[in-house]
Design a protein around this ligand. Structure first.
Ligand code: THU
Length: 143
């Protein structure tokens, strides 16, 4: 699938997933849509907790849900986020995956082949490889 088709398929699914975010503390909704190599899509949202530490990011929710259902081969993930009042993330407005989520991706995905698709709060889109997001990642086994 070309990048445009991937974006058009996965970005709306990620925004849809963000609607289920449980964010009483940050007020920042994140949604993810994880595409397996054989075409299945697993949604994820962030799920916060009053003790803060147990909170889970949208990307890891999607990965862990897919892994728990037997999936191991992944092609791409779309990640989007904005505050409940509609305002965008800080910086350039993209909700970039955090370092922990990048490391989880690297456990299951090839740095040169796995794509991370992003849409900012203002509708700008970006396609990155996992390797661009996590250069020199720690690995014990190759993908
Ligand atoms: N968050 C994600 O869901 N994914 C990321 O990669 C970065 C941060 C969530 C965690 C928390 O619920 C909220 O965004 C604000 O940090």
């Amino acid at each position: 699938m070309d990048h445009q088709k991937l974006l058009d398929t996965l970005i709306p699914r990620a925004w849809e997933a963000a609607e289920n975010a449980y964010v009483p503390y940050s007020g920042f909704r994140v949604g993810a849509a994880l595409l397996t190599k054989d075409g299945r899509i697993y949604p994820g949202c962030n799920i916060e907790n009053s003790a803060y530490g147990p909170s889970n990011c949208a990307e890891r929710t999607a990965f862990f849900s897919a892994i728990a259902q037997g999936e191991r081969e992944f092609a791409a993930i779309a990640v989007v986020g904005r505050f409940v009042d509609g305002s965008p993330a800080g910086g350039d407005g993209f909700a970039y995956p955090c370092g922990v989520c990048r490391q989880v991706m690297s456990e299951f995905c090839h740095p040169d082949h796995f794509l991370v698709l992003l849409e900012s709060g203002s509708g700008e889109r970006k396609v990155l490889t996992l390797g661009e997001l996590l250069p020199y990642g720690f690995v014990l086994k190759d993908q």
